[in-house]
Structures are given as C-alpha cells and as structure tokens.
Design a protein around this ligand. Structure first.
Ligand SMILES: Cc1cc2nc3c(=O)[nH]c(=O)nc-3n(C[C@H](O)[C@H](O)[C@H](O)COP(=O)(O)OP(=O)(O)OC[C@H]3O[C@@H](n4cnc5c(N)ncnc54)[C@H](O)[C@@H]3O)c2cc1C
Length: 477
C-alpha cells in the first residue's frame, strides 16, 4: 500500500500518523526540525545539560483524544493526575482545591467555597454566573462583556475567571469570545467529575516523542524523517479548464534539499502561519490561506529557575494575582533528592500565559520580578542560591480565541480531495491545545481511511455529561 505522507511532526502530525499505522496504513512523517513535537517539545539547556520543555504542558481529564493518543503509543503512564491544586491568593494565603465525592457539577462546590480570597457573596455571584454560562448561546460577544452583563464583581473576575481562562486559552478576557470561554468551563468543571483533573507529564516531552512514540510508528510501518523540511507541495489540475468540477490533486512534495517525494494521500499538519509558505501561488486553498493570515497569536513565556535547595513544599502552585500564574517542579528534582551529591540543584518552572506584558523586557528583569513574587509566597527562597535561570518565550504559542475566529478555521478535508489539513488551528471545536491538535490529526486520519475504503472511527468520545448537569442544563453541547 502506498504511504500516506504527513507534513509536520507536531502533535497533530504524530496523532494522524499513529491513527493511520494503528489501522495498518503505512505513513511517512516529515518534520523540518531535528526533533518531533513542534510547539510541545523540549531542548537541552546548555548550562545544566538537562532536557527542558519549551514550556510545561499539562492536559486535563476532558482531553479524551490526547489520552487515546497516549494509550495508542504507550506513553499514558508518563502523565500523572494532580487531584489537588494549590491556589495562592493575593495575600499569599494558600487554599487546597480538590473535588469531593459529590456528583458533577457539585464535585467542586466545596473547593470553590473554600477559596479564602473570595467573600461568600462573591462566591454566590460566581456560582450564579457559572450556571448561566452553561446555557449561554451568544456568539458575538467577548467574555469580558458577558461578565459585565452578569454583574460579576471585579475580584471574582480577577481572581477566578481570569485565572482559569488566561491559563487555558492564553488570552485576556476582553479578547476571548464567550463561546470559547464557555467551552473551558463546561468541559473542565460542569460536565463530568473527571474533566477538571490536571495531568502532568513526568518526563520531558521530547523523550516521549523521540522514544516510545517514534518507536511505535516505526514498528508499525511508519517512516519518520526529522530534519526534513518541505519546500513546496506539487499540485496538478486534471480537469478541463472549463469544467466546473474541482480537479485539483496533490502529486508530491519538493523538499528543501530538492528531493522530490511523489505522494497519493497527504496530510499537512503545519502551524497556521506556515501553511501559505508551501503552496504555489495558484491553488484552491487560497481562501483558507487568506483566513490563516487573519489569525492572531498569543505568546506564552516560561521562566526556568534552578536553586541549590528546594524552595517549595508542593509539587505545583497556582497564583491568582501578579505576574506568575503557575509554578511547577521539574521532574529532575526527584532525582536530585535521591542523589543530592550528584545534582545539587532543584529546578522549577513558572508559566506566564498571554505574556505580552513581558515584550521588550530583559531576561534579568523578568527573572527578578518572578523571583520577587515567589519570595512573597515561599520564604525558603530567601535563603536559596540561584544556580541558573532562563526565560523562554514562544511568541506564536497559540492562536487567539477571539470573537468570530471560529469561522476562520477550516475543516480537515481541504478543497483538494487527496489533501487533508491538520493542526490545532483547524476546525475541531477545541482551543489551541494538545487535545485540539490530536483531534485534528485523528479527524484527518478518519478522512484518509474513508478515502482508502477502510472507514474507521478514530476520534474518542467526549466525557459523558453526568446525570445532574443533564437534568439542570440539558446535553451541554
Ligand atoms: C509555550 C506553550 C505552552 C503550551 N501549553 C499547553 C498546555 O499546557 N496544554 C496544552 O494542551 N497545550 C499547550 N500548548 C499548545 C500546544 O502545544 C499546541 O496546541 C500543540 O502542540 C500544537 O500542535 P500542532 O501539531 O497543531 O502544531 P505544531 O506543534 O506547531 O507542529 C507543526 C510542526 O510542523 C513543523 N513544520 C513547520 N514547517 C514545516 C515544513 N515546511 N516542513 C516540515 N515540517 C514543518 C514544525 O516544525 C512543527 O513541528 C502550549 C503551547 C506553547 C507554545
């Protein structure tokens, strides 16, 4: 059987590849960088020699396709659920956030009521708005405007809505569309008791992709070529010029090293801002490419810090105000504790989503601000010696979920019959996440399987809507 060619070795491309080889369809995966993973990848820090992720990635219980991909490729055990989160309020007070045994959506009610930095009336106001959000249908309003219409108190906006959404969507509330915000709360908090559980990789992502995922693909008739950039997609139009039918076909690829690769079925899984680069001027994707140019991108920064001693007694922390949003302990700390004589350093990572405020600031200035804030929460930091620090910013980390941006997202089946599009930015109903990327890859793979007369369902079901939310709000689509 002819290989399906997949361009782009990010999560979308890897997921499409995994789904196809799972159904015994051979693939060729072409990635321009020397490693797989795209925006979810790692690099080696020159000073510590450690592989560190460009940014800490987490998944949630509602990411059913991402976990199907992990199970398919044998990496599920490398993600650990964090069933307790630790929220730090504006005065540094810590609240443990955990679900009770009550059914959804009451499973988190106790956790919300324990949030020490909101008053009782603020919590009640928050509860009312959450319930209205579940059934909100407007499509042309920003989330900030919707919150204003709901008379949400400023502290609830700052210390709750903002905290959840900036982390999940990497955008500010005055730019996020209401429906994109609604999805986060419905899937994460209201629909099913498992939806909110944060899952944290226990290894640098690069080790998962380069190890088990690549091995899975190669053991199942997959050809994985890294460092192989595609320069151009070759097209032909087999129709008579006056025919109404679309006779466009992809015939192959020209690689950056001038190699030609003929291809039958193809999946292009590039980020939106690269799509236009590999298609010739005249092509039936012109409208899609024009739409990708209207996408706006949001940056995410991560501040990597290493100290000579542990600075926090928790595995992670969430901050509801200030510059820092999340703090994670690097997995290496475990080994540092086991072999203190070998590795006298303890690594941490602070995540700052929608980090436009950092533009133009020096690394030193950002590190100093972050450290200052952390000292307020963790006094042990005052005695610690910083061994190393660096800031990594992904300027086009995710596309912004603006009002109207859903209409710009194309389906996986492109106007060219043997060409599928994949990537977190294609139409999946999900924001730019690992789940969105995997969904797009699975949807593209389903289309290819159908075209090869091997139809199969690849997409995993969403978590079911539990009984009580169904009674209160209906199916919650
Ligand atoms: C800093 C940061 C933090 C994030 N945090 C989270 C998180 O916590 N949870 C979460 O779910 N999501 C998170 N995301 C989002 C998530 O990483 C992305 O949504 C997802 O990885 C996108 O995957 P993709 O395959 O669609 O695109 P990409 O990862 O961009 O993959 C596209 C691939 O195509 C390759 N390519 C480009 N041009 C060519 C060419 N000409 N030829 C061949 N290959 C080419 C690229 O090198 C790349 O590997 C984060 C993203 C960033 C940047």
């Amino acid at each position: 059987m002819e290989r399906v060619t997949i361009v782009g070795g990010g999560l979308a491309g890897m997921a499409a590849a995994a789904a196809l080889v799972h159904h015994k369809v051979p693939i060729r995966l072409l990635e321009s960088r020397p490693r797989l993973g795209g925006r979810a990848s790692s690099f080696r820090d020159q000073v510590t020699g450690e592989a560190i992720d460009n940014c800490q990635h987490v998944a949630m219980g509602c990411c059913t396709n991402f976990f199907r991909f992990c199970e398919m490729t044998g990496i599920r055990q490398h993600f650990e659920p964090a069933r307790e989160l630790y929220f730090f309020g504006p005065q540094g007070e810590m609240t443990k956030f955990a679900a009770s045994r009550l059914p959804a959506p009451l499973h988190l009610a106790g956790a919300f009521f324990r949030l020490s930095y909101l008053s009782l009336s603020e919590k009640l106001s928050l509860g009312r708005a959450l319930s209205r959000l579940a059934v909100a249908t407007e499509t042309s309003i920003t989330f900030a405007d919707w919150l204003k219409n709901q008379h949400q108190p400023p502290r609830v906006i700052d210390h709750f809505w903002n905290v959840v959404l900036v982390s999940a969507l990497s955008e500010s509330l005055d730019r996020i569309g209401l429906q994109q915000a609604r999805k986060v709360f419905v899937d994460g908090f209201l629909r099913n008791p498992q939806g909110w559980v944060v899952e944290i990789p226990q290894q640098p992502l690069e080790e998962l992709w380069a190890g088990p995922v690549r091995q899975y693909l190669e053991a199942n008739h997959g050809l994985v070529e890294v460092g192989q950039g595609v320069a151009k997609v070759e097209l032909c139009n087999v129709n008579h010029p006056h025919s109404q039918a679309n006779g466009w076909r992809v015939t192959g690829l020209t690689m950056r090293d001038s190699r030609m690769i003929p291809t039958g079925e193809m999946i292009v899984a590039l980020p939106w801002y690269r799509l236009g680069e590999i298609f010739p001027e005249e092509n039936p994707l012109a409208e899609i490419i024009a739409h990708t140019r209207q996408f706006e991108a949001a940056p995410i920064s991560s501040v990597h810090l290493w100290y000579d001693r542990p600075i926090i007694p928790l595995p992670h922390a969430t901050f509801v105000s200030g510059l820092c949003q999340w703090l994670f302990i690097k997995p290496q700390e475990a080994s540092a504790q086991e072999h203190p004589q070998q590795k006298a350093r303890y690594g941490y990572q602070v995540v700052i989503s929608a980090s436009r405020v950092l533009a133009g600031q020096s690394q030193e200035s950002i590190i100093a601000q972050v450290e200052n804030e952390l000292k307020g929460y963790f006094p042990a930091l005052g005695d610690a010696h910083r061994v190393h620090a660096r800031v990594v910013t992904e300027h086009k980390a995710v596309f912004s979920p603006l009002v109207g941006s859903e209409a710009l997202r194309p389906a996986q089946q492109s106007p060219i019959a043997n060409l599928q599009l994949a990537g977190d930015w294609t139409k999946t109903g999900w924001p730019a996440t690992m789940e969105g990327a995997v969904r797009s890859g699975f949807l593209a793979a389903e289309n290819v399987l159908r075209r090869l007369d091997q139809p199969a369902k690849v997409l995993a079901d969403d978590l079911p809507t539990s009984r009580l939310p169904r009674l209160i709000w209906g199916k919650l689509v």
